[in-house]
Design a protein. Structure first.
Length: 319
């Protein structure tokens, strides 16, 4: 059965940072990706390289910054990367390639050689759900939970979130401060450790041919900021549920126009790249008239995102 036919699909009530941020970007984008499940068929180098880098960072947090640990970290990165891209394509994707990543790993352990005397690793790659009230949960996957063992924050807890980028200049850092995922990670920490939770560090890695670099940036949230976010995220889920209800009526009534999950025509480009669904939004007044088929459009595959399927090392459900 086509995904669109099962309007009671449990996945539609599963919310995480990825899905919520996509709805905020554009409700119609959310519809194509998370209701129809249409995703680009070709692997995305930024996504897959980021996942490979996460595996390397997890290895260093677990086993330290020795030469052997770097080799092990590189092995995990290489294994993930090569399942998606072969060596023949490395020149096209440089510097997001295994060879350059090995150099970056060596630079990383030199720059942050003092980490082991500053904090200890409690958990890596943690996934699960956390309550946001109103009998609701959001799902999360955070990269690490660490505890300071020296310095002014001794005994307190924080998260180190690994991010790769072409440049850490400009608005890159500012963008993170209001990201949904940062609020969710902070909420998880505060639910687990209360006032002993500090916040979230962005552990940035700048993959640049001429200026490779790293930076760590602490994002703090006050109680009032978290209170506002908690209201906003519930309001956002209310809007998604309202769109789903309207969508069910439109489908049953075979409407000529689709008014649920409206287009946000001010978000058709991102990073100077046109949205992958732009042609559909331009051509179709009601995607339902064209989407009711077992086979997605050419270049797309059926892949309904479910955060519960992500590979994690630890699972936590926080109420």
């Amino acid at each position: 059965m086509n995904l669109i036919m099962n309007l009671d699909n449990e996945n539609y009530s599963i919310h995480d940072a990825t899905k919520l941020q996509n709805y905020m970007r554009c409700p119609r984008y959310y519809f194509f990706q998370h209701i129809l499940g249409w995703r680009i068929e070709e692997p995305n180098v930024h996504q897959e390289f980021g996942e490979a880098w996460h595996k390397a960072m997890e290895t260093l947090l677990l086993y330290g910054y020795t030469k052997d640990s770097v080799i092990l970290a590189y092995g995990r990165l290489l294994n993930h990367y090569r399942t998606h891209f072969d060596e023949m394509s490395d020149d096209l994707r440089y510097p997001k390639t295994p060879d350059f990543a090995l150099d970056m790993l060596q630079r990383y352990v030199r720059k942050f050689a003092g980490d082991e005397s500053m904090f200890r690793t409690l958990y890596t790659e943690i996934g699960g759900s956390v309550s946001i009230g109103y009998s609701r949960v959001v799902y999360f996957k955070t990269d690490s939970i660490l505890q300071y063992i020296s310095g002014p924050y001794t005994g307190r807890y924080f998260s180190l979130e690994h991010k790769t980028t072409k440049t850490m200049k400009g608005t890159w850092l500012d963008d993170w401060s209001l990201k949904m995922q940062i609020f969710i990670y902070t909420h998880v920490l505060k639910c687990m450790y209360g006032t002993d939770a500090i916040g979230v560090y962005i552990n940035g890695a700048q993959f640049q041919k001429t200026n490779p670099d790293f930076g760590r940036y602490l994002i703090l949230k006050t109680d009032s900021q978290m209170e506002l976010w908690l209201s906003e995220v519930n309001q956002l889920i209310d809007r998604i549920e309202e769109d789903l209800d309207e969508f069910r009526e439109e489908k049953n009534n075979h409407s000529r126009l689709m008014l649920s999950f409206p287009r946000n025509t001010e978000s058709c480009t991102k990073y100077n790249t046109l949205c992958i669904y732009h042609n559909f939004c331009t051509s179709w007044q009601n995607p339902l008239l064209y989407a009711d088929a077992e086979i997605p459009p050419p270049g797309f595959k059926l892949d309904l995102w479910d955060p519960r399927r992500r590979e994690v090392s630890h699972t936590m459900n926080i109420t």
